[in-house]
Each structure stands twice: as structure tokens, then as C-alpha cells.
Ligand binder design. Structure first.
Ligand SMILES: [Mg+2]
Length: 190
């Protein structure tokens, strides 16, 4: 049976933070750069604080996110290697975000079947051999629920949950980070 890869979108495949940098600099006169994104918690690394939720919660926010460099080709490599790649992403409080995320996956990840795109926050209820996610809370819950699964993430400046197996360097160069993620997953199925 194919091994299952569960993969998050925001901060792992979709460049949520990149669009926030753009709107923060455009609308609030900040001078944010990608290297300033050093924490998973948006309100910690964006000086506009809670205003990030006005953007992220707005209709259409997710539709035009760019893919992170290296992410689409990385997932395609895992798919081509025979792994079952499943997108597992949380929606926001805006119910439209669920539809936007499904559309985003269909547009940017056409090799993933539509029914393999799952929207939900209780990620630890889904069994996977590999779990790729940048949320420390999700990493922790996943490790507790599935002690034998491999957990991978792209590294920010702050430490990920201690249960994470692979912290790919780094958010500053996601192409390189995705090369590491692909290599680590393929090494474990060889
Ligand atoms: Mg994420």
C-alpha cells in the first residue's frame, strides 16, 4: 500500500507570509522582508499585530497566494515516487476560506486528486506516514496521536516542537528546504 504524505498548505506550500509582507508594506508603511518572518505566529513577526487577521480573514485572501519556491515540484516528486499525497489544511473562521483552499490546490497542485484535499483543523485525527506542517501545536498533537509517523517542517528561527523529526533549513530559502524534505521522505521509503 502506498505510504501517505499529509501536507499542510500555509507556510509550507502556499506563501501566506509573502502576501502579508506585501499588504503590510503597501497599507501600513512597514518595511518587512522575508527574513523578518522568523516565527510561525503571524502576530509575533508582523508589526501590524492583530491586523493580520483582517487580511487573512477576508474573502478571497487565499485565492491569489503564490506557491512557495520548491513546494510544488517537491510535492510532485513525492507523488511521482508513488506516495499518496494528501493536502490537509485548516480553514479560517471565514467559511469561504475552505472553498478558496480547495480551488488553490486544484490550480497549483493538479496532480493531487480533488478528494485528496482535506480541509479541517483536527489534523491529528488523520493517519499518515509523513506529516508536513509548520504549526507547533499541530506538530505536538500529531506526535502524541501517531508516535511512529515522521513529522517534517520548514524551519523558522524559533524551535519547532521537540517531536519533529526533520526541520528543513529554512524558511529563508524554501527551495532548499523542500529539497531536504523530499530527500528525507524518499530516504525513509527506500
Ligand atoms: Mg501552516
Amino acid at each position: 500500500m502506498s505510504k501517505i504524505v499529509l501536507c499542510d498548505l500555509d507556510g509550507i506550500v502556499a506563501d501566506l507570509q509573502g502576501k502579508l509582507i506585501e499588504v503590510s508594506n503597501r497599507d501600513h508603511g512597514t518595511d518587512m522582508k522575508r527574513s523578518d518572518v522568523d516565527d510561525w505566529q503571524l502576530t509575533k513577526c508582523f508589526s501590524i499585530g492583530e491586523k493580520v487577521w483582517d487580511y487573512v480573514g477576508a474573502d478571497g485572501w487565499f485565492d491569489d497566494l503564490e506557491p512557495l519556491a520548491g513546494a510544488v515540484s517537491g510535492l510532485a516528486q513525492l507523488h511521482d515516487a508513488g506516495l499518496k499525497v494528501v493536502v490537509l489544511t485548516s480553514a479560517t473562521n471565514n467559511p469561504n476560506s475552505a472553498a478558496e483552499k480547495k480551488r488553490w490546490a486544484a490550480k497549483h497542485l493538479p496532480f493531487i486528486k480533488r478528494r485528496h484535499v482535506m480541509v479541517g483543523a483536527l489534523k491529528h485525527l488523520v493517519r499518515g506516514d509523513f506529516f508536513i506542517d509548520d504549526s507547533p501545536a499541530q506538530q505536538k498533537a500529531y506526535r502524541k496521536a501517531w508516535p511512529d509517523s515522521t513529522i517534517l517542517t520548514i524551519k523558522y528561527e524559533f524551535p519547532a516542537d521537540k517531536g519533529v523529526d526533520v526541520q528543513a533549513e529554512s524558511y529563508k530559502d524554501t527551495s532548499e528546504a523542500w529539497d531536504i524534505i523530499v530527500k528525507e521522505v524518499l530516504a525513509r521509503i527506500a
